[in-house]
Design a protein around this ligand. Structure first.
Ligand code: NAP
Length: 324
């Protein structure tokens, strides 16, 4: 990607500097998308670490101080905390500034933040659909948003120029941008992200509680599929607690549909109905191929994990004997 000739915003304030805030800072700096970056985080320990990393121009102690004079403010904290922060910064926002966020749920964030924000700012909520299971100031990287979607959910009556300016900021960070209403976002992400996380959290917990199978066996044979669930189930507990509370309705709706489909597959298995199972698995395989085709994942087998080669030396006799 070629860095911009002109920055899109002058002063970017990042409230919260974890995976997402830290990645925005790194990418915005690398691309020259802003002239300067000021940031803050809740704890003194994180603020100290961010100052050591040297990615922001200024690390300040309070949210109010961070937003002073900023023309773009992005709140990068768990969704359950966004309302309180909006209340805290409201009186300090510069006229004409754009206030945004990165929360994985949009309806609840709009409900909690919008009432506190003054009329003289543009509120344009956003959700970069990109992440990893890691968190904290060291976990971010500049390429996180490249070729990923960033969904904007501008409220009715939002200033189109302010929305377009924020969209161009995200495009400068490598993202593809789409706009949709907040409640539609929550439904889409309910099925594509929130329900899969709930399933991963459940299955990893279930395996952990199985008394007939030891924990060491679960770990040892995890490459049989379980390992891929464990990556998702390692995601930040605070963030995901807040997501399930904030997007309860959409996730419960999707969970209902999921349970019905699970019952249908259970019935097919019980009845020995192989055709139903085969047809279902054929359909899901096509979905995976579609994801690869549109460049949202790698076509490399096993997600591109490195696999050790065969041993250079012949195998010891007892193993070799199996093939003779
Ligand atoms: P993170 O790495 O855990 O960082 C969270 C940041 O928020 C930290 O700077 C933390 O400060 C601060 N914070 C935590 N609780 C707070 C509170 N109650 N009040 C004020 N600040 C608080 O989290 P993240 O992954 O960047 O996620 C941030 C947001 O991005 C969430 O809303 C999440 O839904 C959204 N998001 C995440 C992903 C993902 O995959 N991780 C993807 C897309 C969107 P301290 O370090 O001082 O505690």
């Amino acid at each position: 990607m070629t860095p911009l000739k002109q920055p899109i915003y002058s002063r970017l304030a990042l409230i919260g500097f974890g995976l997402i805030g830290g990645s925005i800072a790194r990418a915005a700096r690398a691309q020259g998308a802003v002239r300067s970056i000021v940031t803050t985080a809740r704890s003194a320990a994180t603020r100290k670490r961010v100052a050591e990393l040297g990615i922001a121009d200024q690390v300040v102690e309070t949210n109010a101080a961070a937003v002073e004079g900023a023309d773009l403010v992005i709140v990068c904290i768990p969704v359950g905390a966004c309302g309180e922060v909006a209340k805290e910064i409201a009186a300090h926002l510069a006229p004409g500034a754009t206030v945004s966020d990165v929360g994985s749920v949009k309806g609840a964030v709009v409900r909690d933040m919008a009432p506190h924000l003054p009329k003289h700012v543009h509120f344009v909520p956003a959700h970069p659909v990109a992440g990893t299971e890691n968190s904290g100031p060291d976990s971010g990287f500049a390429e996180l948003f490249v070729n990923r979607w960033c969904i904007l959910t501008p409220p009715d009556g939002a200033d189109p120029a302010a929305v377009e300016r924020l969209a161009s900021f995200w495009r400068a960070l490598g993202a593809n941008v789409e706009s949709m209403p907040a409640d539609h976002h929550d439904l889409v992400l309910g099925i594509t992200s929130h329900l899969p996380h709930l399933i991963a959290y459940t299955i990893v917990g279930t395996a952990d509680e199985l008394s007939e199978v030891t924990r060491s066996e679960v770990l040892k044979f995890s490459a049989g599929g379980f390992r891929d669930f464990t990556r998702i189930a390692a995601s930040d507990p605070t963030m995901w607690r807040d997501i399930f509370l904030a997007n309860k309705d959409a996730v419960l709706e999707m969970l209902g549909r999921f349970s019905e489909d699970l019952s249908a597959l259970t019935r097919a298995m019980r009845a020995g109905d192989g055709q139903t199972l085969f047809d279902h698995f054929t359909r899901t395989r096509a979905i995976r191929r579609g994801i690869v085709e549109i460049g949202q994942d790698s076509p490399a087998p096993d997600f591109g994990r490195a696999h050790p080669g065969l041993p250079a030396e012949p195998l010891p006799r007892p193993y070799a004997a199996d093939n003779e």
